[in-house]
Design a protein around this ligand. Structure first.
Ligand code: SAH
Length: 352
């Protein structure tokens, strides 16, 4: 088989078997062109539409703290960044965001933040419990980084339904290049396994175009997703932040991110796949293009406007100036314009 035929064979194989070998994933990435992109996208949309129709799920993102004890080289919230403006929301501010979000139709709240020691199990557990008792029809997702098994267990008992913890990269040597020595690939993976064991709906994910990333690293990410079968998978382009060691690195592209979204939809058709804020940041129509490549989730910001600019993971993050209501209107119109519509229920994964 020549290269030409092989690319198309790989796409058919992926659509049929939902898995490829490591080498095949790599080839699909390296040899991509307009034609492979279109074929993958058409399959991805067909699978997504068969399971979720034209419904796009929304999650209200509440960025609870910009304090972080970690020092990930790519992230604007890293502890070594002395220019980062630190803030943390208190319990009532977080509950107010949820109240406002509920009125706007949100039925999933994602509490995300840096790894901030202020947010002990008791503090977070109390907030989760309050949201869950106030709004029994809502799901609470946590995205607070690496914690102990006991911590995840306690928070699950307090009512947390889902947890997002991007694996960041499934290649150990690559992981080391993106993180300081005290962080470990093994612990990240162990956390994901613990979360799953505890009955959370679990989200993993990675940045596209992060420094030092090769096609082989991406193939490993895809292999990991194929095996782990995450309920959710967050992928977005890497975007440099001016106050990090990666300030001069190139950003990931819209094109490769969308290509990988389509592949991930084919690897695990039911997966909840967000068109991320980072995708909307590198291109004006990034989130729309993400949806048209197979994504089915968007995560508008519900954080108080006063703190949004301070939660700066990367430069020029969008939606930092508008009120939540404006954000949801804007997104809703964008989604309608491409023939999809926002669905305001919890939006759990539909496994066949
Ligand atoms: N502290 C939490 C939340 C991290 S922020 C945790 O560890 O899970 C959420 C995600 O933003 C990260 O997992 C990372 O993949 C992404 N992110 C961080 N810096 C970024 C950058 N410069 N460009 C693009 N995405 C970035």
């Amino acid at each position: 088989m020549d290269d030409f035929d092989e690319k198309y064979y790989l796409i058919l194989k992926l659509a049929e078997c939902h898995k490829l070998t490591l080498g095949e994933y790599e080839k699909l990435i390296v040899n991509r062109d307009a034609e492979t992109t279109k074929r993958l996208r058409d399959f991805a949309n067909a699978f997504r539409n068969r399971i979720y129709g034209n419904k796009i799920f929304i999650r209200g993102l509440i960025e609870i703290s910009s304090y972080c004890k970690n020092d990930c080289l790519y992230c604007g919230l890293r502890r070594s960044n002395s220019n980062c403006q630190r803030y943390r929301l208190n319990r009532d501010e977080i509950l107010n965001c949820a109240d406002e979000g509920y009125k706007l139709g949100f039925r999933t709240f994602v509490l995300q933040g840096g790894e901030d020691n202020f947010f002990t199990d008791e503090v977070i557990g109390d907030i989760v419990y309050k949201i869950k008792t106030r709004y029994s029809d809502c799901a609470v997702t946590l995205s607070l980084g690496e914690r102990s098994y006991e911590s995840y267990k306690y928070l699950r008992e307090c009512g947390a339904d889902r947890y997002l913890l991007r694996h960041e990269t499934a290649s150990k040597p690559h992981y080391k290049k993106l993180h300081p020595r005290e962080m470990s690939f093994e612990n990240r993976m162990k956390c994901l396994n613990n979360l799953r064991e505890l009955g959370y709906a679990v989200g993993c994910g990675f940045m596209v175009g992060s420094p030092f990333q090769t096609a082989k690293d991406l193939a490993r990410d895809l292999k990991f997703i194929e095996r782990f079968k995450p309920d959710m998978c967050g992928i977005g382009p890497f975007i440099p932040h001016r106050d990090t060691p990666f300030r001069d690195c190139m950003a990931g592209t819209l094109e490769l991110t969308c290509y990988l979204l389509s592949i991930i939809r084919l690897i695990y058709p039911p997966v909840l796949l967000p068109a991320t804020t980072a995708l909307g940041t590198i291109s004006k129509t990034g989130r729309e293009q993400g949806i048209l490549s197979g994504a089915n989730v968007v995560m508008p910001n519900l954080s108080p406007v006063g703190v949004r600019k301070k939660y700066e993971l990367y430069d020029n993050k969008i939606c930092t100036g508008e009120e939540a209501a404006q954000c949801i209107n804007c997104l809703s119109n964008r989604i309608k314009s491409i023939g999809y519509k926002i669905f305001t229920h919890r939006g759990d994964i539909i496994k066949k």
